[in-house]
Design a protein around this ligand. Sequence first.
Ligand SMILES: Cc1cc2nc3c(=O)[nH]c(=O)nc-3n(C[C@H](O)[C@H](O)[C@H](O)COP(=O)(O)OP(=O)(O)OC[C@H]3O[C@@H](n4cnc5c(N)ncnc54)[C@H](O)[C@@H]3O)c2cc1C
Length: 447
Amino acid sequence: MNSSIFWYRKDLRVADHPALVSAIKKSAVVYCIATADQIGSPFDTLSEIRQNSLRSSWRHLSDSLGGRLTVIKSPAEIVSLAQKLDVKQVFVSKVYDTHGIAELKAISRDLQVHGIELVEGPGNYAIAPGSVTKPDGTPYRVYTPFYKAWNQLDQGAPVPSPDLDKVAALPNPLTDWDPQFSKGDDVIAGEINAIATLERFLAGRVENYSENRNRADLGGTSHLSHALSHGEIHPRTILARVPDGPDAEVFKKEIAWREFYADVLFQRPDSVTEYLDPKFARMRYDEPTDKFEAWKRGETGFPMVDAGIRQLLTTGWMHNRVRMIVASFLVKDLHLEWQLGADWFEQHLTDYDPASNSHGWQWTAGCGTDASPYYRIFNPITQGYKFDPNGDYVRKYIPELRHLAGSTALEPWEHAHGYSLNYPKRIVDHALERIESLARLEELKTL
Ligand SMILES: Cc1cc2nc3c(=O)[nH]c(=O)nc-3n(C[C@H](O)[C@H](O)[C@H](O)COP(=O)(O)OP(=O)(O)OC[C@H]3O[C@@H](n4cnc5c(N)ncnc54)[C@H](O)[C@@H]3O)c2cc1C
């Protein structure tokens, strides 16, 4: 048996990892190597918090591997390392996103030149994207029938963790990039934490999930998105632990949204940056100016929008309901193209996932999957009353509104001292921009 490399990308765990198990089974020695850059997301372009989330994941993975993980900067270095280590095979988890597929294809081609094979094992989905199809073999374009078909398929049982005896540390000094694992301490990560997060959710919040998941102030969701996006936990591990019951069913359906969007992106690779419904590319949009800069800083003057962006900038995560409010505001109040917001999310979200991000944006922008028509325009003020009724979420992330009690924090303009701590004034009039958005939709129909 030869030595091999196991190439870690977004599958940073040891448990329930069939691709790793296969590498260990088929090799005498396995070198575990993670890469930092990814096409579309080079490490240096990520926000500090997103960089730290990766460092933290690598550090925990390294602990799981008994300290035998090496992190290199660029995937291209895999090729030279494979030659230096004289391996015949590089194992990796199969990927389904546009950039990931391109990356694996390029590395596979470069390895082949040196007689080295790239072996792709099962990836990070309960059901592999591309395998849920209508009876006539075509893909689903709408979520509900996708879910029904997805739910009928066998998702399999979690795979036992492999024996790590064959995993070896890289002989020094084959690589000189220092990712400084220890700097990642402000982001909690790793597979042990992922399991603990799941157990905490199952022990409490899952019972009221359907009622509380939309409340920005309650933290009623699982917070598993970071772990899923870094591959610290396999969705099959989650699904195997989800109990029966109506709330658990709603939660399972959210896991299926992740799988649906992965499927849609796999079927339409261009939709990572292009309009899924191409007619929306012809719509009249504005150029990004100072209003876009205010949106990026969380200074639009609309409390729910600003609290969401500030939650993103300070924690690397944003509540799902608020992602929709913030996204709708960018597209329908500022009349900007969704890709601008998606790029900002990509830099900052520690749970960044190309399929969920691009299609979460497209859904909100009205150009994506399912029945979310363009004319559904979120009102950032009434959404606040519904999903942060006491203003707690807004006050938590906006210090300039902390002097306002209860729901008055949602409308500082209604309060005599609303602006006494210099909270910015509203950059647009929502009612007018709503009319403008609808006018642009009418215009599109005539183009
Ligand atoms: C504009 C926009 C951008 C988004 N970008 C991302 C992204 O980059 N990465 C990402 O993981 N999610 C993204 N989402 C989906 C969703 O907001 C997050 O998955 C969710 O907020 C994560 O929190 P949680 O783990 O507590 O979710 P829970 O409510 O506990 O859900 C459990 C899991 O189901 C999946 N899930 C839940 N809701 C969705 C959804 N609407 N679409 C796809 N999967 C879902 C996630 O993997 C999540 O971890 C985006 C949504 C929108 C509207």
